[in-house]
Design a binder for this molecule. Structure first.
Ligand SMILES: Nc1ncnc2c1ncn2[C@@H]1O[C@H](COP(=O)(O)OP(=O)(O)O)[C@@H](O)[C@H]1O
Ligand SMILES: [Mg+2]
Length: 232
């Protein structure tokens, strides 16, 4: 019962469609998990099911021992689930600072802590969301999720479509968040080799099922297995 997140026999999808096939998964306090798999494997569906924006068919999700399976997304957020969606979804007509403070909750992460993590956001604090580069939008999406002071941070392909120099900057920030700050996180990523060095555990999804669960280190040390599981 000491798990932060415990998912049992979860089947979720979209209306009648069942995308996830009886997922069992648990994450301890302070642990980070790389969620890997080919395009269409169900990674976003699993993240969105933890957030509460898919159709639930079967199974349970517990956060710190509390059954949150039937809670609405905003109720789950209030209990500590922070989400950086694949589409980023920042408020385009609000400034950077307004984006950060819009859904803030008290805790370790406030505006100044986020600006320390992402100095670029401080420089852009008075710019509107729609004036930001892709990398700045992604930093803002991460910063906004941190402002919720979550117990669990969910990141859906945070490096997607970003220039290499920005990828390195974001990876350095994510490393600080999950290793130094010890925030529990699930990170979806196509570039497995970039993310596995940051995470403790890894799972590979295939057609909505868990094809492999291993430590991140074990998977990194077995590139042939990794390539076989992730090859298109
Ligand atoms: N809104 C949706 N409605 C119906 N089916 C969807 C929807 N989003 C995704 N799917 C289907 O669910 C499966 C898993 O998709 P997704 O979770 O987005 O995969 P991934 O994030 O691993 O690329 C795919 O077969 C996809 O076509
Ligand atoms: Mg996806």
């Amino acid at each position: 019962m000491s798990d932060l997140l415990r998912i049992e026999q979860l089947i979720c999808g979209y209306d009648e469609a069942q995308v996830l096939a009886r997922i069992d998964l648990s994450l301890a306090q302070g642990q980070s998990l790389a969620l890997l798999g080919r395009n269409g494997a169900g990674k976003t569906t699993l993240i969105n099911s933890i957030v509460g924006v898919t159709t639930h068919h079967h199974g349970t999700i517990h956060l710190k021992g509390e059954d949150i399976t039937r809670l609405r997304p905003e109720q789950r957020a209030a209990r500590g689930i922070g989400w950086v969606p694949q589409e980023r979804n920042i408020f385009r007509s609000l400034t950077v600072e307004e984006n950060l403070t819009a859904s803030a909750r008290p805790g370790r992460w406030d505006v100044s802590a986020v600006y320390t993590m992402f100095p670029r956001l401080q420089e852009r604090r008075r710019n509107l969301g729609n004036q930001l580069s892709g990398g700045e939008q992604q930093m803002l999406a991460v910063g906004r999720a941190l402002m919720l002071n979550p117990k669990l941070l969910l990141l859906d392909e945070p490096l997607e479509g970003l220039a290499p120099i920005i990828v390195d900057e974001l990876l350095a920030a994510l490393r600080r968040i999950v290793t130094e700050e010890g925030l529990a996180a699930i990170i979806v990523e196509q570039k497995a080799r970039k993310i596995l060095p940051l995470t403790d555990e890894a799972i590979v999804l295939n057609r909505g099922s868990i094809a492999l669960a291993a430590s991140a280190k074990a998977l990194l040390e077995n590139p042939a297995q990794l390539d076989a599981l992730l090859a298109i």
